[in-house]
Ligand binder design. Structure first.
Ligand code: PGA
Length: 302
């Protein structure tokens, strides 16, 4: 039982503060909350006065958090999580599984996440899904900020307290244009890769990192001809004959030739990796996320 003094801040003030911190300015926060700018400013002022410490300072056209502001943001984020948990518990109690599921997936997951989600959404019509797709570095930043319930990725970072569930294989294949001479060969020695133009994903991509690690393990220095920001851009450039690339098998059509591509057989490839669902073990995993993962295990275990 809570026996301390009641908090010196109201829920509405904290909601405004959280939105201003998230959007970096009062105008956008007010828009997101459907409040007027003066209302948000007043709530922030009242919050500052009752806590007796500066939480935000002007920075450029927006605002920046002070140390106290950052500490408050951590607290508020936890409070809102707790509140969300309470609302979900209420929903669970009523036998209605409702709420939202927040997922972040690295770029290749866009090729299969819809299939994973479809039966889950059909089974739980009350649930709304917020899905963000970005590269590995961006997904890691989201995990650091606790912005999602679950992230789907290949290489979870080592510096965060995470739990994970291995979901399925993720072979990383070498691709070339459909007419490439290696396409008709049973196997090409890996060393040949050092003398071809390679197209790579941008810095921050897990596919890029896994490829570079693999090449380094085999003492190969790649000749990176071009850097591209998406799997689709890579595939089009490879099909156009600009070079070879490594992509997840899941980024390709079943029949790669239908996209003007061929999966090239090179010794030691594909690079064997896996897809994992990961989540922060230092915070409560919402029930909806647990249910989604049970669903995933059943669906993919079949
Ligand atoms: P990415 O994803 O290349 O889109 O960053 C790979 C991963 O990290 O799983």
């Amino acid at each position: 039982m809570y026996l301390g003094k009641p908090p010196r801040a109201s829920f509405a003030q904290l909601r405004s503060f959280e939105a201003v911190a998230r959007y970096g300015g009062i105008t956008r926060a007010a828009q997101a909350l459907h409040l007027t700018q003066p209302t948000v400013s007043t709530q922030l002022r009242e919050l500052r006065e009752s806590l007796g410490i500066e939480l935000l300072v002007p920075a450029g056209r927006g605002v920046q958090l002070t140390d106290a502001g950052r500490a408050l943001l951590v607290t508020v984020t936890r409070m809102f999580e707790t509140w969300r948990g309470f609302e979900e518990d209420m929903a669970d109690m009523q036998g209605l599984l409702s709420g939202s599921l927040r997922i972040a997936g690295v770029t290749t997951t866009e090729y299969f996440l819809a299939q994973w989600l479809k039966p889950f959404l059909q089974a739980y019509p009350g649930i709304q899904v917020d899905l963000v797709i970005d590269n590995r570095d961006a997904v890691i930043r989201r995990l650091e900020r606790e912005q999602d319930d679950i992230a789907i990725m290949m290489m979870p970072p080592g510096h965060l307290p995470l739990d994970s569930l291995l979901v399925m294989d993720n072979p990383l294949c070498l691709i070339g244009p459909a007419q490439h001479p290696w396409a008709s060969r049973k196997s090409t020695p890996l060393g040949k890769l050092a003398s071809v133009d390679l197209l790579m994903r941008e810095v921050g991509s897990g596919t890029r990192q896994a490829t570079l690690e693999f090449l380094a393990e085999h003492q190969l220095t790649p000749r990176i001809r071009m850097t591209l920001g998406s799997n689709e851009a890579i595939k089009h450039a490879v099909a156009a004959g600009l070079g070879l690339a490594v992509v997840s098998r899941h980024a390709l059509a079943k029949d790669a030739s239908s996209e003007g591509l061929a999966v090239l057989a090179v010794s030691g490839m594909p690079i064997q990796r896996h897809w994992r669902a990961v989540w922060r073990k230092d915070r409560r995993l919402p029930r909806v996320a647990t249910v989604f993962m049970q669903f995933l295990t059943n669906q993919l275990g079949k």
